[in-house]
Design a protein around this ligand. Structure first.
Ligand SMILES: [Zn+2]
Length: 410
């Protein structure tokens, strides 16, 4: 199971199944497929394989495929994501490689199934609200730690997209929220989709025949509160489902085409470190095991002249007519990005998703980067990255956001 470094054995049971779900939309301007997964995040290599095969098998261009993960922390490791989190025995690593290969097959298959299932439908959207997301970057005298910060920024909007067939039959409900799926913590060993999984199950029970899909937004620095028990995960799931139901019971705005899409990859730079920093970490008997693993990996990469000082970063926009844009960002994006995008693009509805297309590490804003803490520094140990981003990361991401938004006419 991925997400918490303290886990020391595999899962022991299943609360509810983990799902991959695909929504294919076709209209003026072509086709788009949105895939949601109850997973921690898709590594770049897994996403690339899926996208390449979707292009080959279904003629689906990269810009027309959105791959999102709910970031559940009670799901499997998706190899080679968070590669330095655990020290795995060889037979465990083999299982994870096999699982990643199977996952590629399964996600390509679900994309095909959604395309095969296209039929006349109407799409509409609305926005609701849920209150359990709380900023987790708690300032202390020793710096920012993961805790509870009721005064920190949040984005509690719940965007909802509905797909109805002839006669108003609900076929799909896509809903979204900016909050880690971490009600369940590292001492919990049963597989589940956390609050998003409970919300999906509840909505599908209430709307028989409909597929309920959860899209993770910029919840990089947001945790559900309170947290720590299965009951609370279910309670947050019910609150999320109720927020969606409130939207469904209100006035929904119908979406029309044309669909416009854009996908670009940029590269984000990490701050350069001397090789000696990693040598010291690797030799430090007091360093945590993951720090030592990261240090050894960095020394190896540097000696092999493998590039480690930057990472590919995908940014995608899908615009429905002149009404709604889905902006899909890679990585664990902190909420500052969503708030700034909404400020920069007023007047037309926008959904700012994160954990999309590839999850390589956290994406701090310039504010978060300068404050430090887990989302700025510590997470990179588990992701096997060299260290914090170089200053300017937010500007670089926004340059690419501006570029894709321009491409779709915004
Ligand atoms: Zn996370």
């Amino acid at each position: 199971m991925s997400g918490y470094a303290n886990r020391n054995h595999p899962s022991t049971g299943v609360v509810h199944p983990l799902w991959a779900k695909a929504l294919a939309i076709e209209g003026a301007g072509g086709r788009v497929v949105i895939v949601t997964t109850d997973l921690i995040g898709l590594p770049e290599d897994v996403s690339r394989q899926i996208a390449t095969r979707a292009q080959r098998q279904f003629g689906l261009q990269r810009a027309r495929l959105v791959l999102n993960s709910s970031h559940t922390h009670t799901g499997p490791v998706v190899w080679a994501g968070l590669v330095t989190m655990f020290d795995l025995p060889p037979d465990e690593e083999r299982k994870l490689r096999d699982y990643a290969a199977q996952l590629v097959d399964d996600l390509v298959a679900v994309i095909g199934q959604a395309i095969d299932d296209l039929s006349p439908a109407e799409i509409a959207y609305g926005f609701g609200k849920a209150d359990f997301a709380v900023n987790r970057r708690e300032p202390t005298s020793r710096g920012v730690r993961i805790g509870v910060n009721p005064n920190g920024p949040t984005d509690r909007e719940v965007p909802v997209l509905t797909v109805t067939g002839p006669g108003g039959k609900m076929r799909a409900i896509l809903f979204a929220y900016a909050c880690h799926n971490t009600t369940l913590t590292g001492d919990f060993y049963q597989l589940s989709g956390d609050y998003a999984g409970f919300a999906e199950a509840k909505l599908e029970e209430e709307h028989p025949g409909a597929t309920a899909m959860f899209l993770q937004l910029c919840g990089g620095d947001q945790n559900p509160q309170p947290r720590n028990t299965l009951e609370l995960a279910e309670r947050h799931g019910r609150e999320m489902a109720a927020a969606v139901d409130t939207v469904l019971g209100g006035t929904l705005h119908r979406l029309t085409g044309p669909l416009r899409v854009s996908y670009q990859e940029t590269r984000l730079s990490f701050a350069r470190q001397e090789r000696s920093v990693y040598e010291a970490d690797a030799a430090n008997p007091k360093a945590p095991p993951a720090t030592v693993r990261r240090a050894k990996a960095m020394v190896q990469a540097i000696d092999a002249s493998q590039p480690v000082w930057d990472t590919a970063y995908p940014v995608q926009a899908v615009r429905f007519g002149k009404a709604l844009t889905l902006l899909a960002l890679g990585g664990e994006v902190v909420v500052d990005y969503a708030l700034r995008v909404k400020k920069e693009y007023p007047g037309e509805a926008i959904i700012v998703a994160a954990y999309s297309n590839a999850v390589m590490c956290y994406i701090p804003s310039e504010r978060v980067l300068s404050e430090g803490g887990y989302e700025a520094v510590d997470n990179l140990v588990y992701y096997g990255k060299p260290g914090p981003f170089a200053p300017g990361v937010e500007a670089r991401v926004f340059d690419t956001i501006h570029a894709v938004m321009k491409k779709v006419g915004r």
